[in-house]
Design a protein around this ligand. Structure first.
Ligand code: PHE
Length: 337
C-alpha cells in the first residue's frame, strides 16, 4: 500500500510538470471522491491496526503534497493567462491618433454672421419671420394688392390661395411693426423663394437680409449713412455707394443701391462686368400706407427699409460666379472658405 501511495505521488507530480496538463482533470482523477487516493484509503480496512495510522499519515502527506503542487501549477497558469492577456491588449497611448477633420461654417452663413455683426454694432436687433407666409404679409400689407404687376416679378410657390412661401423678407417688416412701436431698428435674415428656374444667377431658394428703421424724424440721409457704413465695413473703407431711382410698392421714394467695385475700385473689371459698380440691394423710405397698415401714424413717424440678397453680396465679396455652388455641397468649393 505504501508503494501504491508512493506511485500515486510520483505519477501525479510528474504529470503536473507536463506542459499540456489539465489541472482540473488531474485533481478529480487523484484527489476526487472516486479518485485514486480515495480508492487507496478505502482499502485501509484490510490493514492491521498498527499499519493503519502509518499508512493514514502517509496518505495525508501524499494528498498534501499533490494539493500543494497543484496549487502552484494553477497559480502559474493564472499568471501566464493574465500576462498573455496584458500583452495581447497592450495599448500605446503615446501613438499618434487618427486626426478627425473639422468642418466649418458655410460661406453663406459666414457672410450672414458678418453682416449681422456689422448691423448689431449700429444698434440693430435681429427679427425673424416664417418662411411659410400669408399672402397678406408678403404682398397686401406691403401695398401690393392682388393683380398688381409687382407680383409678376415675385412669383412664388403657393400652398393655398392665401398661404405661400415668402418671396422676400419684407413681410417681417410688417410683423415687427404690428408688434412693436417705434423706435424700431431691426434686421431680418432668412430664406426666400421664387418660382425661378435654376441657373448661374437664379435659384428658386435664396436668402435675403431685410433692414427696417422707424422713428420720429428718420430721413433718407439716415438710410444713406447706414448703408454707407455697412458697405465700408463689408467691402473695405474705400467703398462708395450710389443710389439709382427705382420703384418698390412699399417704399417711397425707392432706390436700388450699388457699391463701387472693390476689385477695380470703379475702373471697370471682370467682377463688375466693366461697370465699376455692383448692385447689392433695394431700399427706400417706408411707404405711409405700409405704416398705416401696421397701426403706426405716418404723420408722426417715418422710416427706411432695405433688402439685400445674401447670395449676391457673398458672390460679390468672394468673386463666386455661379449661385448653384452654394447649394451643391461640393467640398472642393466649400473648402476654399
Ligand atoms: N423686398 C425687396 C425685393 O425683394 C427689396 C426691398 C426691401 C426693397 C426693402 C425696398 C425695401 O426686391
Amino acid at each position: 500500500m505504501k508503494e501504491k501511495l508512493q506511485q500515486i505521488k510520483e505519477a501525479a507530480l510528474s504529470e503536473l510538470k507536463a506542459a499540456d496538463c489539465d489541472t482540473e482533470a488531474l485533481r478529480v482523477r487523484y484527489l476526487g471522491k472516486k479518485g485514486e487516493l480515495t480508492a487507496v484509503l478505502r482499502g485501509m480496512g484490510a490493514l492491521t491496526p498498527e499499519e493503519r495510522p502509518v499508512v493514514g499519515q502517509m496518505a495525508n502527506e501524499v494528498r498534501a503534497e499533490i494539493e500543494a503542487a497543484l496549487a502552484v501549477r494553477v497559480a502559474e497558469e493564472k499568471e501566464k493567462a493574465l500576462n498573455d492577456r496584458l500583452a495581447r491588449e497592450k495599448l500605446d497611448v503615446t501613438m499618434p491618433g487618427t486626426p478627425s477633420r473639422m468642418g466649418h461654417q458655410h460661406p453663406l452663413t459666414r457672410a450672414q454672421r458678418e453682416m449681422e455683426e456689422i448691423f448689431i454694432g449700429m444698434g440693430f436687433e435681429i427679427a425673424e419671420g416664417p418662411e411659410v407666409e400669408y399672402d397678406y404679409y408678403n404682398f397686401k400689407a406691403l401695398n401690393i394688392p392682388e393683380n398688381h404687376p409687382a407680383r409678376d416679378t415675385q412669383d412664388t410657390f403657393y400652398i393655398t390661395d392665401n398661404i405661400l412661401l415668402r418671396s422676400q423678407t419684407s413681410p417681417v417688416q410688417v410683423r415687427v411693426m404690428e408688434k412693436q412701436s417705434p423706435p424700431i431698428r431691426v434686421i431680418s435674415p432668412g430664406r426666400v423663394y421664387r418660382s425661378d428656374a435654376l441657373d448661374a444667377t437664379h435659384s428658386p431658394l435664396f436668402h435675403q437680409m431685410e433692414g427696417l428703421v422707424v422713428d420720429k424724424g428718420i430721413t433718407m440721409s439716415d438710410l444713406k449713412g447706414t448703408l454707407e457704413t455697412f458697405a465700408k465695413k463689408m467691402f473695405g473703407e474705400e467703398t462708395k455707394i450710389r443710389f439709382r431711382p427705382h420703384h418698390f410698392p412699399f417704399t417711397e421714394p425707392s432706390a436700388e443701391v450699388d457699391v463701387s467695385c472693390f476689385v477695380c475700385g470703379g475702373k471697370g473689371c471682370r467682377v463688375c462686368k466693366g461697370e465699376g459698380w455692383i448692385e447689392i440691394l433695394g431700399a427706400g423710405m417706408v411707404h405711409p400706407f405700409v405704416l398705416e397698415n401696421c397701426g403706426i401714424d405716418p404723420e408722426v413717424y417715418s422710416g427706411f427699409a432695405f433688402g439685400m440678397g445674401l447670395e449676391r453680396v457673398t458672390m460679390t465679396r468672394y468673386g463666386i460666379d455661379d449661385i448653384r455652388l452654394f447649394y451643391e455641397n461640393d467640398e472642393r468649393f466649400l473648402k476654399q472658405f
